[in-house]
Design a protein around this ligand. Structure first.
Ligand code: CA
Length: 232
């Protein structure tokens, strides 16, 4: 899941970013309201953590502009002012929840999970491929009901592969989505990560799920088709 954090206080922003990345979210951040609004308008995020007091454009204005443009991304607002009026104002403008500073990271993470669950009740929160399951909210992966421990990047890569199940993904698509870099043909980072994922997911005796497409990239599929290279 991709989260946008719009917060101008550097320490708070990096505290939130670090914590969320440890919980395996992909995090982008913006240090003022205008940059945040531009990022939120140009990209698809699963949720936005939005500070109220921001340079250039305050959090309420960012929220109003997003909702006016039909953007329904769930928003968790942060503020130093915990008065009832502020809380009501944020909710009236379309915030999904509200958290007063200072807060414990655990509380932010719990509120975020809660708004993500709510916003995804109509959509699926579990992706499956064969007997592999990925819970998009709790970030747990299971194969044959056994939990698989994944690092943040391994999780992001697996989520991308599973969201695009049965589709061939080129190395450059994977690079841009998971690493946010342009593909460097000299780098073998994707192959290294795929190898690690395979070691965790494709155990001997189970049908392999990550297939190599020679010269192109990878495809997640529960049954191989002719032309796929299967490396276990
Ligand atoms: Ca602020």
């Amino acid at each position: 899941m991709r989260i946008l954090v719009i917060e101008d206080e550097r320490k708070v922003a990096s505290f939130i970013k670090r914590g969320l990345e440890e919980e395996r979210y992909i995090v982008e951040s913006a240090a003022d309201g205008a940059e945040g609004l531009a990022l939120a308008s140009a990209n698809q995020f699963d949720a936005i953590v939005l500070d109220v007091m921001l340079p250039k454009l305050d959090g309420y204005s960012v929220l109003q502009a997003l909702r006016a443009a039909g953007n329904a991304t769930p928003v968790l607002m942060l503020t130093a002012r915990a008065s009832m009026e502020d809380r009501v104002q944020g909710l009236n403008y379309g915030a999904d929840d509200y958290l007063a500073k200072p807060f414990h990271f655990e509380e932010l993470a719990a509120r975020l999970r809660s708004i993500l669950r709510r916003s995804t009740t109509e959509k699926t929160t579990i992706l499956a491929c064969g007997d592999l399951q990925l819970d998009l909210v709790s970030h747990f992966a299971y194969r044959s009901e056994k939990e698989i421990e994944l690092t943040t990047k391994e999780y992001a890569l697996l989520e991308y592969l599973m969201r695009n199940r049965d589709r061939i993904l080129s190395r450059s698509m994977i690079m841009q989505h998971v690493w946010k870099h342009n593909f460097d043909p000299e780098s073998n980072i994707i192959d290294v990560y795929i190898k690690r994922l395979r070691q965790k997911i494709d155990k001997p005796g189970q049908p392999p799920l990550i297939h190599s497409i020679r010269g192109v990239g990878y495809r997640m599929r529960d049954k191989p088709v002719a032309g796929d290279d299967v490396e276990v």
